[in-house]
Design a protein around this ligand. Sequence first.
Ligand SMILES: Nc1ncnc2c1ncn2[C@@H]1O[C@H](COP(=O)(O)OP(=O)(O)OP(=O)(O)O)[C@@H](O)[C@H]1O
Ligand SMILES: [Mg+2]
Length: 460
Amino acid sequence: MNMDLLNTYIFQNPFVGITVTDGNGICLTVNDAQTRITGIPKEKIIGKDLKKTVKDQMLSISSTIEALKTKQEVNLHQVSAYGRAYDVKGLPIFDDAGRLVYTISYIVEVTELERFQSYVREREMDRENMRDQVPVILAGARSKEGIVYNSAAMRDIINLAVKVSESDATVLITGSSGTGKELVASLIHKCGDRADKPFIKLNCAAIPENLLESELFGYAAGAFTGGDRKGRRGIFEAANGGSLLLDEIGEMPMSLQAKLLRVLQDSEVTRISSETPIHVDVRIIASTNAPLQELLTEKRFRKDLYYRLNVIHIDIPDLQKRRDDIPVLIAYFIDKFNKKYNTAKIIRRDVVNFLASAEYPGNVRELRNVMERLVLQSGEGEIRLSDAFTVLNGMNLRESCMSPLTVEALENKSLKKIMDDYERQILNRFMEMYKRSDEAAKRLEIDRSTLLRKLKKHNL
Ligand SMILES: Nc1ncnc2c1ncn2[C@@H]1O[C@H](COP(=O)(O)OP(=O)(O)OP(=O)(O)O)[C@@H](O)[C@H]1O
Ligand SMILES: [Mg+2]
């Protein structure tokens, strides 16, 4: 065994004070930590008989004396008059003949150790912040059939969707553009027993009114000049046994709404120019980002159809109202686009926090676009804060209203007020990004106390 190494790493470690005596209690040696922790100079203790010389309350020494006396291991914990806490262990060491030949005592100042532990924890946190967050965040994300989420609101929606998938009940899915209505519709289809049957989507707004009817219900042979001679089946027939998503149902013309209602009630379609009804078994999911209630009062949407569709209503909130989903979606999209573009971009905690604090009026679709651009536009290896600034600015998101020079920002305000407002926005933003005042202060190169004072001034 290399005694120098042993001496350096075990005996001369900075935290544990060590005292060694012979079997009679004569102190053979102490290490530097012991001297620092106890405050007893080495010359006052080495070579001395601890039983005689030391009558004070020095714990490491009394543990030695205890060990000598009892010939057993001694463990003590004591708080000093100055509020410092110590853990002490005294060990008797025996030779082969069972004679007590040495004692060793260890003393650890718990308060010091705690300080050190919190220092280590902080360093670990720094390291954690620097580390790629994609796998870290994804490890805590939930997902179902390509829907990634973390918010309670989304969890309830997924549970409801899975539950209703077991029935054939008509579902109405509402929510702003880009919130994931189509994904939830497809989840309902995939979880039910129609999963291996067709899932057909029809965007009611994308098809001209005169064609929508034949799209939906088909037409009989000879119905149109130029049409298919044998006639053609409509979407209802194509979706038979499966599910049909009628997207943007709010855009459906009134005339067709009545026909649709009839199909829903009778489970029968009749092709244009035909007399023969055809039985269809289709699960209907309707979705819209239009305010259906308004359309109802404006009489642009039939009440009877509304009630027929609205058996089960799933409303997906804007991303703004379920911000817990944003970080997991950020990580999910980076991972997805890394795979798509064969890149290996990483992202740090502060950049995730920054992106997560922005607003995405276009909801998940917009967030997805931002992340795609970031993966493509960021430099080698890492998505940096500056990349995030650039991309968000380029997309005219909330960053732009941080500008101190917009009309609203300047109107009727003194220079002091403008500067104050701007300072408030900056501090708010940095606190969102860094979460902790010490980190934000470091980044802004000001004292933490200055930052705290300013935060207080701005009520942040
Ligand atoms: N929770 C989610 N997890 C993963 N991807 C999502 C999620 N929500 C939405 N997306 C993605 O965002 C985009 C928009 O979703 P989707 O098409 O379902 O929205 P929508 O509500 O139907 O929008 P619109 O009203 O404009 O048709 C799609 O690329 C979709 O894959
Ligand atoms: Mg859609």
